[in-house]
Ligand binder design. Structure first.
Ligand code: FE2
Ligand code: FE2
Length: 118
């Protein structure tokens, strides 16, 4: 299942999700060279910051538990990326795991951002 098929309802956020999902999918299918993996992961980490800024720009307070989850995921992603760079972690496995984590994150946290809009 694609996590970008779950719509938050805030266009910039949904677009970000769509782009990240596309990159992860292309990587999974072997259509993106392996050395792009750090760019994909760093793009995802940047998305967390971007998402917080979009909500702030809309004049809403970003939920603390959601911010905490972004920080937790960022740490986990950075440590897995370091393992991958050291050859201790398989790129395909990493990407599959990231896709699962994101689907959960979007449904548990991001969807609430759209629900409070307006
Ligand atoms: Fe998100
Ligand atoms: Fe989020």
């Amino acid at each position: 299942m694609l996590y970008s098929s779950v719509k938050v309802g805030i266009i910039e956020i949904d677009l970000d999700h769509y782009n990240i999902d596309t990159m992860l999918r292309l990587y999974s299918s072997g259509r993106v060279p392996t050395f792009y993996l750090p760019q994909i992961i760093n793009g995802l980490i940047k998305h967390f910051v971007n998402e917080e800024e979009i909500i702030a720009a809309m004049g809403h307070e970003f939920p603390e538990d959601h911010k905490f989850e972004h920080a937790r995921l960022t740490q986990a992603l950075e440590s897995k990326l370091a393992d991958w760079k050291d050859g201790k972690y398989d790129g395909q496995k990493f990407v599959e795991e990231v896709r699962e984590i994101l689907l959960l994150h979007v449904t548990e946290y991001d969807l609430l951002l759209g629900a409070n809009d307006g």
